[in-house]
Ligand binder design. Sequence first.
Ligand SMILES: NC(=O)c1ccc[n+]([C@@H]2O[C@H](COP(=O)([O-])OP(=O)(O)OC[C@H]3O[C@@H](n4cnc5c(N)ncnc54)[C@H](O)[C@@H]3O)[C@@H](O)[C@H]2O)c1
Ligand SMILES: O=C(O)C1=N[C@H](C(=O)O)CCC1
Length: 255
Amino acid sequence: MGKIRIGIFGFGKTGKVVANEFLQDSLFTLVWVVRKGDTDHQKYASRLLGHEFDAGEIFSADDIDDSFFRERPVDALVDFSDSTGVYLYAKAAQAGIPIISAISQYEQEELEILKSYAEFAPVLYSPNITLGINVLMVAAQILQKIAPHADIEIVEEHFKGKKEVSGTAKRIANVLSLNVEEHLNSIRVGGIVGRHEIIFGMPNQTIRLSHESISRAAFGQGAIFAVNFLIGKSPGMYTMETIIAEMFRQNIPVY
Ligand SMILES: NC(=O)c1ccc[n+]([C@@H]2O[C@H](COP(=O)([O-])OP(=O)(O)OC[C@H]3O[C@@H](n4cnc5c(N)ncnc54)[C@H](O)[C@@H]3O)[C@@H](O)[C@H]2O)c1
Ligand SMILES: O=C(O)C1=N[C@H](C(=O)O)CCC1
């Protein structure tokens, strides 16, 4: 079997590291990267990231026309741009290309557009694509059922420049039926890549579930996991959480 061809939207803090993870994995070939402006137009992401081969030709969002995806075929498209990236790959979705969106925050309208693509292609949406955070999210829901009277607080910590509240923390609040205004605590300091903690407080004991991404490479590894899962799947919406929940189900007989 040939290599899995990848296209990436976004070449910022995270997109660069994600591109590098795909470039380093022999199962994949990075075909192109789309970024917003025309910086480094038609240079190669591989060269910019220090490799000595040509891969991942860089295009601008303005280069996307009706023939872009036909002329530069890929087996999966990975989005680490921003919430507006979703408008650019309708043609790819209609052609059935699997889509992985890692955008942390969408407006409802953009989320509806992403969901509409699931009619034609398998679409995996994950505001936090690390394996670890999805394990934590499933474990927290199980723990809440075991200890339904525990007080629960969510703490999220990110780099100083992150303006919005963590989409992951909002998702955790949502699955645990917690009010975001009351139970979500945000900290912005220095260069923290991303840390989430769920604290279960009981009268005589405290349980803390925590996850920290210590390098953005964790997002690239999550994206690779997601691509491997999604290729060959039927059109529809998928999430990392449901994949992990299924793994919990299969691995419960540990005793
Ligand atoms: N799901 C996850 O696990 C995860 C992890 C990290 C970051 N993120 C999300 O990924 C996104 C990018 O994060 P970042 O830290 O790299 O941000 P960033 O601001 O450093 O980079 C954003 C990149 O996207 C490009 N871009 C913006 N709009 C675009 C468009 N319409 N088309 C093509 N490219 C466009 C910009 O040119 C830039 O290269 C954010 O939404 C962030 O929250 C998600
Ligand atoms: O902006 C980021 O970088 C991240 N954002 C996330 C969020 O908002 O939940 C998670 C991953 C990193």
